[in-house]
Structure formats: C-alpha cells, structure tokens
Design a protein around this ligand. Structure first.
Ligand code: NAP
Length: 286
C-alpha cells in the first residue's frame, strides 16, 4: 500500500517500457515487507542533465539507470564506487546526504549469476564478443577476478581497443583485440560471453557467430540476452555440447544487489528464489 511514508525508487532510461525491473523490485519490497515503491522514469535525452537534480528534489531514494544513460549519468555524480569508476558506467544510484552515489551492479550481478552455476573466473581463458557497455563491464569483471587472459572480438576495433586500454590501467592481464574477420580460435576457451545485442527479441535469427566449429573450442557459452531465453548463439553452443547460460541470472542478481544497497539489507536466498520463480514464468531460465 502506498502511504505518506512510502519511499520512492525508479528506473531511469530511454526507453523503459519493456523493463521487468519494476516487477522485480516491487516483488522484493513486498516479500521483504519494506515500505517502498519502484516506478519507471522515462527520461528523454534532452532532459538527462537535469535528472539528478530533479530526483534529489523529489526525495527519490534510489534509481537504476539503463540504456543509454549508464555512462552519461556517471559524469554527473559526486561519489562513485571505485569499481564503477573502473568500469566507466553506473546502473545503481543511492541517495546520500549530498547527492547520489553510483554503483555498478551489472558486474556483481553477472559474477553472482556465474557463481550460482558453480563457475568462477580465476585462471579462466575468456572470449568476449562485443565492445559496448556490457562488454566493458564483463571484461573489467574478468580482469578483476584474475582471468588468465581475455580476447575481445568486436566489429568496431576502436571500441575494443579502448576497453583494453582502460583495463590495463588497473590490471596486469593479457588482452587480445580482434575483429570478427580476423578471429580464429586456436586454443580452447573456458568461457565465451556474447555481449552484443544480436539475437535479442524480435531479431531472434541473428547471431554474431555463424560458424558451428567456433563452439568446439568453447566450454561455457554465456549470452547476456534473456529475451529470447535461448538465443541463436546459445542454440548453436548447446548443439555443440557447450554449457549454456543466459542473461536472466545477471538481471536477477543485479537487481538484488541494488535492492540491498538501497535498503541496507541482505535478501535471503529463499526470497531470491521466489523472485527467480516469478521471472521464470515470463522468461526461460538457462
Ligand atoms: P551497446 O553499448 O549498445 O553495445 C552493443 C554492442 O553490440 C556493440 O559492441 C556493437 O558493436 C554490437 N553490435 C550491435 N549490432 C551489431 C551488428 N549488427 N553486428 C555486430 N555487432 C553489433 O549495448 P550494451 O549495453 O553493451 O548491451 C548489449 C546487450 O547486453 C543487450 O542485448 C543488453 O540487453 C544486454 N545486457 C543484459 C544485461 C542483463 O542484465 N542480462 C545487462 C546489460 C546488458 P559495435 O561496437 O561495432 O557498434
């Protein structure tokens, strides 16, 4: 029930209509018996520079930030978690005495999603397909968790080179940058992350990898997309006997982490499981 004491949270993005973050956070609030509500906050590009001032004035306690503002909002914050600074993007903001502090729970969400499947990154060889924000977050996470080496394969070489440069400022790790035309998989790969938007609903027939032999060298294939549950990329990986994981776990755990930061609580495993079951009614859990 919304009442005078109800704390307001929301999702800033453009667009926001298709997000399931309101469903996740309002369910978490209900299960955790917290007096809060989470609403979509559609921000048009011409207004993005006023978001923090307006939200602060309205006493909004916390926000998630989604495409295309994860980077631009970071520039406006006065306090940012050090790892979010390294990643160069925030997706979670918490109101403080003086403004908002930014965090990146996409990275911790991906990490927890892998852990929940018994997968660690230390000493693993990693291929990341893509060079956008999700690729950057994935690459920085792999470096932080001491992967053995990273290959970033992106259509636009320059963007992958920038990610490499930024990682090497913080971590000592072998990083190889290639374009899809140049990419030949010579050695076995522990984990391959598909971080492009190719294959996302409604363009479900697309995949950045067309060649089935690619997957013969890959042990675990992770697609950050969760709609459809099994992208063409994951279908191909599965038919070549890879373990497959989609982005639904990342979505769930990034939300749980944000909820914990905002409310300074620990969400118990049985509550996480209930939200997981709710999401499974809409999307395929892989
Ligand atoms: P982004 O910054 O816009 O980057 C998109 C990437 O896709 C770029 O590397 C781009 O390559 C590549 N790409 C797009 N169209 C392509 C094409 N036709 N051929 C080859 N490459 C193409 O987006 P993002 O924020 O990284 O998000 C990427 C995906 O991750 C989205 O599907 C998003 O839903 C998903 N994601 C999931 C979660 C989750 O919680 N599960 C969280 C974050 C993101 P260029 O660099 O060459 O343009």
């Amino acid at each position: 029930m919304i009442q005078g004491t109800t704390k307001l949270f929301g999702l800033v993005g453009h667009p926001v209509e298709h997000s399931c973050s309101p469903l996740i956070h309002n369910t978490l609030a209900s299960l955790m018996k917290l007096d809060m509500i989470y609403v979509p906050l559609h921000v048009y590009p011409e207004n993005v520079n006023q978001v923090l001032k307006g939200a602060y004035a309205l006493n909004i306690q916390g926000m998630n930030v989604t495409v295309p503002y994860k980077n631009v909002i970071l520039q406006q914050l006065e306090d940012v978690d050090p790892f979010a600074v390294q990643v160069g993007a925030v997706n979670t903001l918490k109101k403080t005495q003086t403004g908002y502090k930014g965090y990146n729970t996409d990275t911790s969400g991906l990490f927890l999603s892998l852990i929940s499947r018994g997968i660690t990154l230390q000493n693993k060889t990693v291929v990341i397909i893509g060079g956008g924000g999700a690729a950057r977050a994935t690459a920085m996470l792999c470096a932080k968790e001491k992967a053995a080496g990273i290959t970033i394969c992106n259509r636009t070489r320059n963007k992958a080179e920038m990610i490499k440069k930024d990682i090497l400022q913080h971590y000592d790790i072998p990083i190889n940058v290639v374009t899809p035309d140049e990419f030949i998989l010579q050695n076995a790969v522990d984990l391959c992350f598909q971080t492009t938007s190719l294959g996302m609903h409604p363009k479900v027939k697309e995949s950045p990898v067309q060649n089935h032999t690619f997957f013969s060298a890959v042990k675990v294939a992770v697609d950050l997309i969760y709609n459809p549950g099994k992208t063409k990329f994951l279908q191909m990986a599965q038919s070549n006997h890879c373990t497959i994981i989609n982005g639904l776990g990342m979505l769930l755990y990034q939300a749980v982490q944000a909820f914990e930061i905002w409310n300074e609580v620990k969400v118990p495993p049985d509550v996480v499981e209930q939200v997981r079951e709710l999401l499974s009614e809409r999307y395929q859990w892989i």
